[in-house]
Design a protein around this ligand. Structure first.
Ligand code: SF4
Ligand code: SF4
Length: 446
């Protein structure tokens, strides 16, 4: 029996708890009111193109991503613009958003809404990149980096491989798993489109071995897609981290502070490959995505296809209501997710799941003194010293934190998870990363 591939340093094995794994994707009806944030991508916010009182259709461009690293925003509903105001987003910050009162469900007629699968890719490399930009596609694995920018290979670099991330290593989340089962062919066509956009002949789709049905399904389909190989991977967290996936699949190490293109690789998520298929072959902007609503107290854990801008409260209505014993509600998974402070927060392009923790599991554990066990160091997949980094952040020793490679932290939470003393290592490291990141950016401006 061959050994499954994985990354070499660190990693943990949290309980998988994929309780919504068997739930097919259900299409959620449009909300009564949509709150569509202008900044749903890593980078600059988009500039609004609509005003109060304007009528909009599904798929209409409502905000323009003008900066190099930005992304267009389209209306996911039809109706009337109520106002442009702020709303609390999934990170807890107030952000500008277009509020739309929904009337009917009128789509832009240029969008192909049929189920017909279109395999033939007619657009040129440049047209593919331009269309992906126009359609507001961002990385749907959670990073929300504008996808067209990843296809623009910088001078002096060469792309050799496209890696598609179907790992979904976060416990509980199952949206990518269900998408691979129900939209496998579309994902493979999306992969071919991304290969053409990037100018590469080879692509690998990495899937953790706890999804054997998805591995089987995509492997069967891939036989008729030249250059695409499905790679089953060992179940180990954070297998879905970009650098961990690259190490596992093509055995290359991305140097500290560098991007995957440094080693000839570009990584996109399976959800992004599907969105690219719809953008190029169906003329459909990124206006909806699959979201897992899950957690032990949830009566009907589900995977929903949700219009962007739908308040999270509406997902609960469909999944049997907010459980009485709900404690913390998290956007994302238990390892990397962030606690939500309002259920009126809308689903955005980066929302992969909503997790409800029971009250008894949500109470903050008592923080005890560090016992110098070294476990946080041994599990760090980036070879960092989490205890040291958290101490440097706490003491505001930014130069030292930078020298100790704080910016290499991928915020996977493995150190926090393993610590027997319940030290909030990641909280301090995130704080330090924000500060050091600011210092680096300001240095670049001088
Ligand atoms: S959160 Fe950062 S420091 Fe902690 S284990 Fe992950 S990469 Fe290492
Ligand atoms: S895992 Fe926790 S207790 Fe152990 S060395 Fe790291 S911070 Fe200290």
């Amino acid at each position: 029996m061959s050994t499954l591939k994985t990354f070499s340093i660190g990693g943990v094995h949290p309980a998988e708890n994929k309780i919504s794994a068997g739930r097919a994707i259900e299409v959620l009806e449009p909300p009564k009111q949509a709150f569509i944030p202008l900044n749903q991508n890593l980078g600059a916010p988009a500039k609004p193109l609509v005003n109060k009182g304007d009528e909009v259709k599904v798929g209409q461009l409502i905000a323009n991503g003008e900066a190099f690293i930005s992304s267009n925003v389209h209306s996911s509903v039809s109706g009337k613009v109520l106002k442009i105001d702020t709303i609390t987003d999934t990170s807890g910050y107030k952000r500008p958003a277009v509020f739309i009162t929904v009337e009917g469900d009128e789509w832009d007629p240029s969008i192909d809404r049929t189920e017909t699968i279109i395999k033939d890719i007619k657009l040129s490399q440049k047209e593919i990149i331009d269309r992906i930009k126009e359609m507001g596609i961002v990385g749907l694995g959670g990073a929300t980096f504008p996808s067209h920018v990843k296809l623009m290979v910088p001078d002096g670099k060469k792309a050799e491989y496209l890696l598609i991330n179907g790992v979904e290593c976060e416990p509980y989340l199952t949206s990518d798993h269900q998408l691979m089962l129900s939209k496998g062919e579309e994902i493979l066509i999306g992969t071919k489109i991304l290969m053409k956009g990037l100018g590469v002949q080879k692509a690998f789709i990495g899937i953790e071995n706890n999804k054997p049905d998805a591995i089987r399904h995509l492997s069967g389909l891939a036989e008729s897609f030249e250059g695409i190989t499905i790679v089953p991977l060992k179940v180990k967290y954070p297998q879905g981290g970009e650098k961990q996936l690259i190490k596992a699949v093509i055995n290359r190490e991305v140097p500290s502070g560098k991007l995957p293109i440094e080693v000839g690789a570009v990584v996109h998520n399976v959800g992004t490959a599907f969105a690219v298929y719809e953008a190029i072959q169906k003329n459909k902007p990124l206006i909806e995505r699959v979201v897992t609503l899950t957690g032990k107290p949830v009566s009907r854990p589900s995977n929903f296809m949700v219009r962007i801008g739908t308040p999270i409260s509406q997902l609960f209505e469909k999944a049997g209501g907010l459980p009485e014993n709900a404690g913390k509600i998290i956007s994302g998974g238990p390892m990397m997710g962030k606690a939500l402070i309002s259920l009126e927060t809308p689903v955005v392009k980066g929302t992969s799941g909503i997790l409800v923790m029971e009250e008894k599991d949500s109470a903050r554990v008592e923080i005890k003194p560090c016992i110098r066990c070294g476990r946080c160091v041994s599990v760090c997949p980036m070879g960092l010293e989490p205890l040291l980094l958290s101490q440097l952040s706490k003491r505001e020793m930014w130069d030292k934190a930078e020298n100790e490679r704080i910016m290499d932290c991928i915020e996977c939470g493995s150190c926090h998870y393993i610590c027997p003393s319940g030290r909030p290592l990641l909280d301090y490291i995130r704080l330090g990363k924000n500060k050091v990141g600011q210092i680096i950016r300001n240095r670049g401006k001088k």
